[in-house]
Unconditional design. Structure first.
Length: 217
């Protein structure tokens, strides 16, 4: 690679399914209806099933959970003394080896890699829902059109959804969308002189990037 390198940085305003939900809320009535997220719904409290899936049933299909956020509703209760949820857990999930290969072809896939597996149960409802963005929606949001990349990325989700259906079960449905906002601001490029240690540049960039958010509150 040249001394001048380009890295595509993913800018995620709302993590994983949250960003997808934003697009769903702001969809228009124009265009072909597509599946934004797949939803699995089980009766009662499905927390044990969800935790078993995420903790024990993904490694043999080469998926890894990174930086898990279980029972965020407990933090809501602690800090705000109120919650309308009995459960909400975000579990960033990724197939590391397959994504490494895909990144060399399409760095914009970093936008949703890892992507979130979300489980939640509303207080007063006798059902638990597990959902994640569909690969087709991720590709659409990121603006990826390469047919080979699209085929590889989409195929990667098949064993995952088969495992969800086997372990978590429940009724399968979809959240849909028609079109996406044209100005999504989901990625941008920075040109720089490649240092000896690329990790140093990434670390420094991330610090400056986060400081700007703090400065602007």
């Amino acid at each position: 690679m040249n001394k001048i390198s380009k890295i595509v940085f993913a800018l995620i305003a709302l993590i994983g399914i949250g960003a997808g939900w934003y697009f769903y809320q702001n969809k228009s009535s124009d265009g072909e209806e597509k599946n934004l997220a797949v939803v699995y719904t089980v009766e009662g409290n499905g927390e044990t099933k969800f935790d078993d899936l995420m903790d024990n049933k993904l490694s043999d299909i080469d998926f890894t959970v990174t930086d898990p956020h279980k029972r965020i509703n407990d933090s809501y209760k602690k800090h705000f003394d109120s919650t309308k949820l009995d459960l909400i857990s975000f579990m960033p999930t990724v197939n590391v080896e397959k994504m490494k290969a895909l990144f060399t072809k399409e760095p914009r896939l970093a936008l949703y890699s890892p992507f979130n597996m979300l489980a939640f149960k509303k207080t007063g409802e006798n059902k638990t829902q597990l959902m994640h963005l569909t690969p087709e929606a991720i590709l659409d949001i990121a603006g990826i059109t390469d047919e080979g990349v699209k085929a590889e990325f989409t195929a990667m989700f098949k064993p995952l959804d088969e495992r969800i259906e086997k372990v978590f079960g429940g009724k399968k449905s979809y959240i849909t969308y028609n079109t996406l906002d044209n100005d999504r601001i989901m990625n941008f490029e920075v040109t720089f002189k490649r240092p000896e240690k690329i990790s140093d540049f990434v670390e420094q960039f991330q610090e400056k990037f986060e400081e700007k958010f703090e400065e602007n509150k």
